[in-house]
Structures are given as C-alpha cells and as structure tokens.
Design a protein around this ligand. Structure first.
Ligand SMILES: Nc1nc2c(ncn2[C@@H]2O[C@H](COP(=O)(O)OP(=O)(O)OP(=O)(O)O)[C@@H](O)[C@H]2O)c(=O)[nH]1
Ligand SMILES: O=C([O-])CC(=O)C(=O)O
Ligand SMILES: [Mn+2]
Length: 589
C-alpha cells in the first residue's frame, strides 16, 4: 500500500508533469549536487547561482532574481477559509473552491521540462513534541537549496511522518515569474499552501511565513499555543545567569540584528535561538516556553556591517554548513564578493548592481536592493545557544515588542501586566519597509508585528493572547521599544544596534525587581538614570526626547488605533476596548 507521502508525490507528479522527480535527503552531497545544477541552469534568462569568492565568503553563492520578484507580495497573499469572517479584515480572502480552481489552472503541466524537488522537512527540534512535519514540492532549485538552509530537511521528516497523513503540504511552482499569475493561497483547515509565480523567500519557502506563521497561528488557536513573528534570545548577565526573551518587530525592523546582538556592556552576552519565528507553548510548570521552528536566517543585507552586527558578519563568513546564499545584493567585481549599503564605509569602485548592470552612483539609488538578503544556516552562528535544540524550548521571562517610528513611540516602556501588554502590542504602528512590495514609510497598524502573518481573524487572535495569559503561572513582563525615533533633522536619536543592550539590561533589572519604574499615560518608564549609559556620548535632553510622551502625537495615534479596531467590530476583546478608553482618559482625550 502506498503511504500518504507517496500518494501526495504521485498526485503532484500528475498535476505538474515534471520531467524528473527528486526527493531530497538533506545530505551534504545532495547540497553540492544541487549547487552544481544551479550553477548550470538558467531561470528567466539568468544563471541561478554564481560562486562567490571562496576565501572571503566560503561556500557562498550569488543569486539575482527577476526584478519584479524581490519582496513579499501581500496583495497577492490570501487566506482561504470557508467564511470570510474567519480570515478577518486583516487578510485577503478567497473562497477555497475558487482559489483551488485558480491555482490548479496555473499548476497543470507547469513543470514540463523541469525537475520537481520533493522536500520533506521538520519545523522545530525533531525530538520536540511541538515540532511539525511538512512536505513541499517546488521546481526551483534555488528554493530547494534555500529550504535546506532554513528548515531541517531530510529523512527524519519522512520517518516522523511514517504512515500518517498528518503533515503540512506545500505546493510551489515558480511558473514564469509573471506578477499577473502570482498567488500565495493558504488553506488553514487543510494544512495546505499553494504558491505560484514567485521565488522570493516569504512567498516561496513555504515552511517560513506561510506555514510557521499563517497556518501555524491557526493551528495554535485550535491547539492552545502561539505562533509568533518573534526572535528568541538568551541574555547572559555578569553572574552567568541566562534570561530568555522573545522579541517581535515588523519585517525589516530589527529582529535579526537583535537576535545576534553583541552587547556593548561588559559581562553581558546574547545567545541566539531564533531571528524570525517562535512557537510558544505553556510548559508543564506553567511558564511560557519557546522553540524556533526554523534552522537558518533569511536576513536583510543592507545595514549589516562589522560595526552594526559583527556576529552576523562572522556567521556569513563561517564555512560550517553548506551553502550560504546572497540574493539581489551588489557584487564587488574586484574580488567577486557580495556588497550592500552598509557593508563598508567606502563604496567599492567596480560594482555590479542588483539588476546586473554596472553601478553608477549618479543613476542608482542603491547598488544592492533594499530588501536584498542572505540565507545562512543557524549552525554558522557563533553565538548559537546550546539550548537551540532543546525539545522543551526555553522559559521566557520577557517579551519585547517594537516598531519603526520616527515619532510618537518612546525608546522603551513597560506594560503594567499581561493584558495591558496585549493591548500595547495590539496597537503597534510601524512604517512600511522594503520587505513587502508597495510604498515604504507609511505608518500602518501592525499588531504584534503579525498583520501580514496572522492566518485568522485578528480580533480572535487578540482574545487568544488574553486566554493564553490566563493559563500561565509566571507571566513574562511585556515591553515596548522604538529604536527608530528621529530628531528635527531626520537623524536617529538613539544609536541602536549594539547599544540596544543598554535597554535590555534595564528590562532585566525590571524582571529581577532591581529597579523601580515611573507611571505615565501609556505605561511604566525608567526612573532617572536607570538606563546604563556608561561610555555612551548622548545628551540628557536627547534621552528626554527619546522617552517623551507627546500628547499631540498620541492624539493622532489614538485616532489611527480607533480606526483599526473599528474594522474588527465586536471581535475586539472587551478588555482591550476598556484599555483604549482608559488610555484616552489618561491622555485627556
Ligand atoms: N537605526 C537602526 N537601524 C536598525 C537597528 N536594528 C536594525 N536596523 C536596520 O533595520 C533593517 C532591518 O533590520 P533586521 O534586523 O534585518 O530586521 P528584521 O526584523 O529581522 O527583518 P525581516 O527579516 O524582514 O523580518 C536593517 O537595515 C538594519 O540595519 C537599530 O537598532 N537602529
Ligand atoms: O520571509 C520573508 O519574506 C522575509 C521576512 O523575513 C519578512 O518579510 O518578514
Ligand atoms: Mn530578519
């Protein structure tokens, strides 16, 4: 008798009609074989992978995508639940039957002349009861290799699945990369995603945002856990103790940089567990525990340099795990290394830009695409936590939320309790970034940094957060941060990056009850001189500005929050509405 996996592969083969089927085993030899194929194949007129300087960047390859396929496409991303209300106003919705029909039309015979890669993978430590089994098919060798970096690909997934039919099905074809024929369709009730027409990470590596967040959040809602757009870090303090944090920031707002932070403060060290996604469960002892379902980083290249993120530079130059990919950066022709804005102070003189042309500083805004990325194994990270594969996950003491705001939002504050924290996270606004196609710099609500990733009605998601809180015996503290506040000249007021460790230190002091806090309209603030600014040249008045609650700004903010809440009608939990009323009262509105 054929197993459900075999039946799925057979079904996909009939649908796509590929010339060949290749089932991945996750081995090193296989990765080398696929990298060789990629160096010889063309997609859309471009060689898929080109070898980079082995000495500077060992095991690394360059990939240039179609210029129309450089970011997630939220307007082409759908959640296909039986009713529109289930998907909520936060998602594009399509009837599941209609959506499937549409996708089948694209899929039929789409792999003729191509190889269909079958990718079995596990999301999460394979020994963990929280881990999930998945299979994706794709006709993109770039996607197949990227999946090998981002997830635990190989036989262990097949073994875990056995004769069960309970596994995620990811169906992907890059098609002809035509944006008119590009859709990413989610079917939460069927544990299924169909994606066509894009090779970009968030659209095509279906274990990532599609499964681990959109389908994952739906599963979490059903099963009593949380799938979140969060980093996981352990912060070691001078006495050797490690305190675990989660951190949620919208796309391209600082997660990866915080996850690999090298603190400026003596005696502090950050252990990395994850840079993008956390699955959070209530443990046997009633605390929250988090695992990282992923196995690699798909990180923003621009801004990553020795000064801002030395650990990531070390990670990218590490040769432990094969391969590392660079997508849509520029290339320095003098030594065949990838280059991006912020990689070095000086711009190299002979650059090929991300579109494959000679870089001309008078014509080009930037040499690298602002959403150019690297794909690298977490095992290359020198600060990888020894707890990374702990099947139970790590116990969480603090949750950090953030956004990218040039005004309004203070550098840091703390929520009074769990529900105030849920409220604080539910009202997050952030400026849009290049991680998603569309205009950059518009403030939009992005609750919990999950607006593009919550696979069901966000009103119910808020209630789910409140319900989880009721089950937890020792609740983590919840903080809000904004590294991106600017002065009158448009300059960032806070140095950010490695100096963010100063804010984390304050949080740890709060968690351990070593420092008090001042009440304000929106939450609890650091007391005078409570943030360790030793060795930092920053004016007292700058710190005051960074921590200011401006009534006029907040008046505008509250209007935007009310507009957002209104979309969800009575799905917004009553307790959050109460918090909003209280906030308005405190602000004198
Ligand atoms: N000014 C400033 N910029 C930062 C800081 N942290 C990160 N950035 C910049 O913000 C951009 C995005 O940072 P990442 O850490 O890659 O953001 P992310 O949240 O991981 O993004 P996704 O991978 O899209 O989810 C990069 O260009 C960084 O250089 C900071 O503390 N201050
Ligand atoms: O997954 C992606 O598309 C890239 C990413 O991290 C994000 O956009 O948040
Ligand atoms: Mn990231």
């Amino acid at each position: 008798m054929a197993t459900p996996i075999e039946l799925f592969i057979e079904e996909m083969q009939k649908l796509f009609q590929p010339d060949e089927v290749y089932i991945m085993d996750g081995s090193q030899e296989e990765a080398e074989k696929l990298a060789n194929i990629a160096q010889k194949s063309k997609v859309d007129g471009k060689i898929v992978l080109e070898k980079l300087n082995e000495k500077e960047y060992p095991n690394s390859y360059y990939h240039r995508s179609n210029t129309n396929d450089v970011a997630r496409t939220e307007h082409l991303t759908f959640v296909c639940t039986p009713s529109k209300t289930e998907a909520g106003p936060n998602n594009n919705w399509m009837d599941p039957v209609e959506a499937k029909e549409k996708m089948m039309g694209f899929f039929k015979g789409a792999m003729k002349g191509r190889t269909m890669y079958v990718i079995p993978f596990v999301m999460g430590p394979p020994k963990s009861k929280y881990a999930k089994n998945c299979i994706q098919v794709t006709d993109s060798v770039y996607v197949a290799l990227s999946m090998r970096i981002m997830a635990r690909v190989g036989k262990q997934a097949v073994e875990r699945i056995g004769s069960s039919s309970d596994f995620f099905r990811g169906v992907h074809s890059i098609g002809d990369v035509n944006p008119d024929r590009r859709f990413i369709m989610h079917f939460p009730q069927e544990n299924l995603v169909m994606s066509f027409g894009s090779g970009y990470g968030g659209n095509a590596l279906l274990g990532k945002k599609c499964y681990s967040l959109r389908i994952g959040s739906y599963l979490g809602y059903q099963e009593g856990w949380l799938a979140e757009h969060m980093i996981i870090i352990g912060v070691e303090v001078p006495d050797g103790k490690v305190i675990y944090f989660l951190g949620a920031f919208p796309s391209a707002c600082g997660k990866t940089n915080l996850a690999l932070l090298e603190p400026v403060l003596k005696g502090y060290k950050v252990w990395t567990l994850g840079d993008d996604i956390a699955w959070i469960n209530v443990g046997e002892d009633g605390r929250l525990y988090a695992i990282n379902p992923e196995a690699g980083f798909f990180g923003v290249a621009p801004g990553t340099g020795l000064k801002t993120n030395p650990i990531m530079i070390k990670t990218l130059k590490n040769d432990k795990f094969f391969p590392t990919l660079f997508t849509n950066t520029a290339v320095d022709n003098s030594d065949n290394t990838p280059w991006w804005e912020g990689a070095s102070d000086e711009i190299p003189s002979d650059l090929t830009n991300w579109q494959g042309q000679k870089y001309d500083k008078n014509l080009d805004k930037a040499a690298a695409h602002p959403n150019s990325r690297f794909t690298v194994s977490i095992y290359n990270c020198p600060t990888l936590s020894p707890e990374y594969n702990n099947p139970k996950g790590v116990p969480i003491s603090g949750i950090i939320f953030g956004g990218r705001r040039k005004d309004t939002i203070p550098l840091v504050y703390e929520a009074k309790d769990w529900n105030s924290g849920v409220f604080t996270a539910s009202i997050i606004g952030s400026e849009t970034t290049a991680a998603s196609s569309g205009q950059v710099g518009n403030v939009r609500r992005d609750p919990m940094a999950m607006l593009p990733f919550c696979g069901y009605n966000m009103g119910e998601y808020f209630q789910h957060w409140i319900n989880i809180g009721k089950k937890v015996k020792k609740l983590p503290k919840i903080f809000m941060v904004n590294w991106f506040r600017k002065d009158e000249n448009g300059k960032f007021m806070w140095p950010g990056f490695r100096d963010n460790s100063r804010i984390i230190k304050w949080m740890i002091y709060r968690i351990e009850g070593k420092t008090g806090a001042k009440e304000s309209e929106i939450g609890l603030f650091p007391e005078e001189n409570a943030i360790d600014l030793s060795g930092l040249d920053i004016k007292k008045e700058t710190m005051e500005k960074l921590l200011k609650v401006d009534k006029q700004d907040w008046k505008r903010e509250v209007a935007m929050i009310e507009e957002f809440y209104a979309k969800f009608g009575d799905k917004i939990p009553r307790d959050l509405r109460k918090h909003l009323t209280e906030l308005k009262k405190k602000l004198g509105l």
